[in-house]
Structures are given as structure tokens and as C-alpha cells.
Design a protein around this ligand. Structure first.
Ligand code: PEP
Ligand code: MG
Length: 560
């Protein structure tokens, strides 16, 4: 698309989507009310609180009904919280002390939330929901719009600082045309959600802070831009691309392959067996990364072998005869577990995490491998297991030994730290396969926290430093005859997927919603061309340069 560089705002595009529509901004939480005495009577303030709580409960229930499914359950539970007697009693106590309705609600909800948080576990997690309800009631008392995702009554481009997981879970995808965030990088919650749901998104767009409700924009994820006040010609071009993309999404599902027929199996990243059916429907040829943390994250102790077996069996049953790569528990840093990780670590990303934490808690690893072996026995899938955060040859050797002791025949490693990429050939002499986790590999190569907005510009897997490490692993795969996959978010970026294949990667695993775009892009290039595109990207000085070089190389044989 022909952009005026002056008016296009830059960020990091997620996927290949393009959308055109009016902006609606996420409203910020209301400012905390001041501790002031009310000029109204206690009864008048109580009536205001009652009316605001009723209005918020009715709004949450109505939103739940229109969203349906899991969102409805969450919203109805929130509506009930608003009317919970423990909260109303605490509000009354504040009103009796002569406080304003706003202050009474804010303080009372905070008190109850604190009590819930102290209980920990499932109830503790509900504390955040109470804060959200409290903010809604305070906004209603002030006559302000409800905080959170806006509801302008028509389709819109959502612009936010960044999105919390609770906001993203409830997005009405019939109305959200695209997401634009001011903060956040390619591995932020927003980016992961956008990829998993196939939503057009550009993240980390600092200039989007200046956008106002109603501004018309084109959000172009493929070019990582947000264009304010587009011309008619630009709008027509965008509309044509929206249509072309719809056609690509509707293209027949074939096995992943390059234009010359070189197979590149396309696998799914899953976080729960519940998503298996959708992955199969979208053409996943197996599972390249099953994250097992979901089984552990909400519990205070590790789940039993029987509980784990049931879950793994459900997963494997969805893929008879297909490869399913299950990752051993990856706890620590961005996924801490109270019973496994040391809360005292100053730098948890560099601490006892991933396989290191499992080796310090061998029982948990052994139980998990036993459960996997039992699930393997009961099903027809081809189960592979892999260890997260392997950083030495010795760790690879220990994990392979453990896996074999438990009757698991295919054991590999995730390459997520530069040391294991550099030692890939020695590791692959021991391990059966390697799977590159580009999210962490980028974090550790660039020394840039994957969750920190201020360094998100460095969190880019297109960086030639990251690509060179991928090349090392690809070459090690070729030298040892062992398969090398990529299961980080990079595999979901169609052109980067081509680069990865050009660097020697043989399988790609991604959020199922990305499969169609990646499948279509691979079919545009031969193996030789993919290698030439990768070579062009490698010579660039930075991530933006690599992207541009790859685009130019790709366009030379496959014009857009
Ligand atoms: C990765 O680091 O790229 C990866 C796939 O693992 P996770 O995102 O779960 O850390
Ligand atoms: Mg990782």
C-alpha cells in the first residue's frame, strides 16, 4: 500500500490482517475517590450506591447474555459480586461514618478484595474482578463511561495502552475490527490473543496515544502501520486487501509445503485439550507445542498423575496417528508456581526456571513423565516430549535419560537460550529433536524482558542476531539428521516462517488461527527462494532492516 510515511504510525504488526474503521479508546479506570465527608444524608448516599450497583449488575448481565459461553459465566459472576452482602455491609459501615458514596464503594470493595486475596487460590484470583466491579460502580456514581472495553454500538478499532487478560477474554470479536496498543511487544498478552483469535493488531504504537474516539484509521498488520485519516484511494486499497484476505482464509486446507513441494508440516500450539478440535479443523497436522502449565497454574500443589493422565489422554485422542509434542512443565519467570519456584529470586528469568526447576523438584518431573507414558499407552498419537529452557548439553542428556526411563521414546529440547543454540550440534547428538522457542530466545539474545513495554522494540524475532542463532540450530539439524522445529510466535508470521524454513527449520508450530496465512505464504516460495530470502534477512543490521530485506527479496520472485 502506498503510504505517506509522515502520517503512518509505526508499531509491530501481528499477523497479516488489515482493517479500516473508527477508533474507540479503552477508558482508563476512574481516579481513586478522595476521603471526604458527604454533604448528603446517609440515606441519600445509600440510595445512590444502590442505584449504581443495580445499574452495573444489569449492564454486566446484559453484556454476558450477548457474549454467551465462558464470557457470560464470568460476567454473571461479576454481577453477583456487585451485590454480595459482605460488600454491601462494608459499604454501609463507610456511609455510617459519613463518607461519600464514591469513597465508601472504593474503600469497601478494596477491603473485601484484600480479604479474598489473602485466601489465595481461586478466590484470591477473584480479587481483581472485585476491583473491576468497584471501578465500574464508581464510574456509574460519577456518570462516567464504564472503564474497560468500550461499547460504542458499532464496529470499531480498539485503541488501548495495553490489554489485561481479563479485558481480552471478553472482547466481542463481532465488533472489534482491530487492536492497536500503545505499549506491548510481539509477545504481550494482546499480541498472543490477537494471534490466537486471528484479530488484526499492531502493538507498541507509541503515536497512537494521540488518537481520539471516532478517528478513522487503517490498521495494517502486515506493514506494522496505523494510518490516520486515509485518502479514498487508500481506503479502496485496504478494502480490496480485506477481500483478498478473506479469500485466502477460505482457500482449501492442504498440508504445509513450499512451492516446489518441499513439505513443511504445520502444527498447532495448544494450551489446553479444549482447543484441539479447532486446531484439527483449521488443518493442524499435529501439535508442535502443548503447554502443560495450564494444569498447574491454578493449583497450590502439583496435580496428581491420574489428573494429568486424563488431560493428556484427551489431548492425544484428538490426534490419532499424528505427532503431538508435549512440553514438560515450564515454571518460573513469567509463569511462576508457588510450589516450584523460589519467590526470593531477584532475576527470575535467569533463575531456577524451566528444566532447572524440574530437576530441583524431580518428583514433579517424574510424575509428569509417568502420566504422559500412561496416556501414550492408551492412545494412538505419536507422542514426543521436550524440556523447556535447556541451557547445557548435560541437561539435554539428563532429560533424555529420564524420558526413556519412563518409556517415552522421542525426547527433545527447546532451544530458548543462546547457549543451547550455539551447542545445538552436540545437543542433537543426544536429543531426538530440537524446537526453537523464539519468544524466549529473543528475550535472552537481546537481553530484553519479553513482558516489558519499554524494551519491546528489542523483543523482535526478526533481529538478525536471533536469526543467526536459528541458522546454527538449522545447520545442526542438517548435520545430525534430526528435526528442528520452531514453536515460538515467530512461526506465525508468514514471511518470517519462510525465512525460518530458509534457515533449515523443518516444521512450524503456531496458534491455529495463523495456519491459513502461513500455509498460503509458504506456497509462494521454493526452497531455494526461501534460502535466498533468509540470506537477505541475515545481512541486515537490525530487525526492521531484516524484515525489509526479506520483503524485497520475496517480492523479486513473487510480487504482492
Ligand atoms: C518460547 O519461548 O518461544 C515458547 C514457545 O515458550 P513460551 O512462550 O511458553 O515461553
Ligand atoms: Mg519459552
Amino acid at each position: 500500500m502506498s503510504y505517506d510515511a509522515q502520517s503512518a504510525m509505526k508499531g509491530t504488526g501481528i499477523g497479516q490482517g488489515i482493517a479500516l474503521g473508527p477508533v474507540a479508546r479503552m477508558s482508563p479506570p476512574p481516579a481513586a475517590p478522595k476521603d471526604e465527608s458527604s454533604t448528603l444524608s446517609r440515606e441519600q448516599e445509600a440510595a445512590r450506591v444502590e442505584a449504581a450497583i443495580q445499574a452495573v449488575a444489569a449492564d454486566l448481565t446484559a453484556r454476558g447474555q450477548s457474549a454467551g459461553g465462558q464470557a457470560q459465566e464470568v460476567l454473571e459472576a461479576q454481577a453477583m459480586m456487585a451485590q454480595d452482602p459482605s460488600v454491601t455491609e462494608a459499604v454501609d459501615a463507610e456511609l455510617a461514618a459519613g463518607k461519600t458514596a464514591e469513597y465508601a464503594v472504593h474503600t469497601a470493595f478494596a477491603e473485601v478484595a484484600e480479604q479474598l486475596a489473602a485466601l489465595g487460590g481461586y478466590l484470591g484470583e477473584r480479587a481483581a474482578d472485585l476491583h473491576d466491579v468497584s471501578a465500574r460502580v464508581v464510574a456509574a456514581l460519577r456518570g462516567e463511561p464504564a472503564p474497560g472495553v468500550p461499547d460504542p454500538g458499532h464496529p470499531f478499532v480498539l485503541v488501548a495502552q495495553d490489554l489485561a487478560p481479563a479485558d481480552t477474554a471478553l472482547l466481542d470479536l463481532n465488533h472489534v475490527l482491530a487492536l492497536v496498543t500503545i505499549e506491548g511487544g510481539p509477545t504481550s498478552h494482546t499480541a498472543i490473543l490477537a494471534r490466537s483469535k486471528g484479530i488484526t493488531a499492531v502493538v507498541g504504537v507509541e503515536a497512537a496515544a494521540g488518537l481520539a474516539d471516532g478517528d478513522e484509521v487503517i490498521v495494517d498488520a502486515a506493514h506494522s502501520t496505523v494510518l490516520l485519516a486515509p485518502s479514498q484511494q487508500q481506503k479502496d486499497e485496504a478494502a480490496a486487501r480485506v477481500e483478498a484476505r478473506k479469500a485466502a482464509q477460505a482457500a482449501p486446507i492442504t498440508e504445509g509445503a513450499l512451492a516446489d513441494g518441499t513439505p513443511v508440516p504445520l502444527l498447532a500450539n495448544l494450551g489446553s485439550p479444549d482447543n484441539a478440535a479447532e486446531a484439527v479443523q483449521l488443518g493442524a497436522e499435529g501439535v508442535g507445542l502443548f503447554r502443560t502449565e495450564f494444569l498447574f497454574l491454578s493449583s497450590e500443589t502439583a496435580p496428581s498423575v491420574a489428573e494429568q493422565r486424563e488431560s493428556y489422554t484427551t489431548l492425544l485422542q484428538a490426534f490419532p496417528g499424528k505427532k503431538v509434542v508435549v512440553r514438560a512443565l515450564d515454571a518460573g519467570a513469567d509463569k511462576p508456581l508457588p510450589f516450584l519456584n523460589d519467590a526470593e529470586e531477584e532475576n527470575p528469568a535467569l533463575g531456577l526456571r524451566g528444566l532447572r526447576a524440574l530437576l530441583a523438584n524431580e518428583e514433579i518431573l517424574r510424575d509428569q513423565l509417568s502420566a504422559l507414558a500412561e496416556a501414550q499407552e492408551a492412545t494412538e498419537a505419536d507422542l514426543w516430549v521436550m524440556a523447556p529452557m535447556v541451557s547445557t548439553v548435560e541437561e539435554a542428556e539428563i532429560f533424555s535419560r529420564f524420558a526413556r526411563q519412563h518409556g517415552l521414546k522421542t525426547a527433545g529440547v527447546m532451544v530458548e537460550v543462546p547457549s543451547s543454540a550455539l551447542l545445538a550440534e552436540q545437543i542433537l547428538q543426544i536429543s531426538d529433536f530440537a524446537s526453537i522457542g523464539t519468544n524466549d530466545l529473543t528475550q535472552y539474545t537481546m537481553a530484553a524482558d519479553r513482558l516489558l513495554g519499554s524494551v519491546s522494540g528489542l523483543q523482535d524475532p526478526w533481529h538478525p542476531a536471533v536469526l543467526r542463532l536459528v541458522r546454527e540450530v538449522g545447520a545442526a539439524g542438517a548435520a545430525t539428521g534430526k528435526p528442528v522445529g520452531v514453536c515460538g510466535e515467530a512461526a506465525a508470521d508468514p514471511l518470517l516462517a519462510v525465512v525460518l524454513v530458509g534457515l533449515g527449520v523443518s516444521t512450524l508450530s503456531m496458534a491455529p488461527a495463523a495456519l491459513a496465512d502461513v500455509r498460503a505464504e509458504l506456497l509462494r516460495h521454493t526452497k531455494e527462494q526461501a534460502e535466498a530470502i533468509a540470506a537477505a534477512a541475515l545481512t541486515a543490521p537490525d530487525a526492521a532492516g531484516a524484515r525489509e530485506a526479506a520483503r524485497t527479496a520475496a517480492a523479486s520472485h513473487s510480487p504482492e
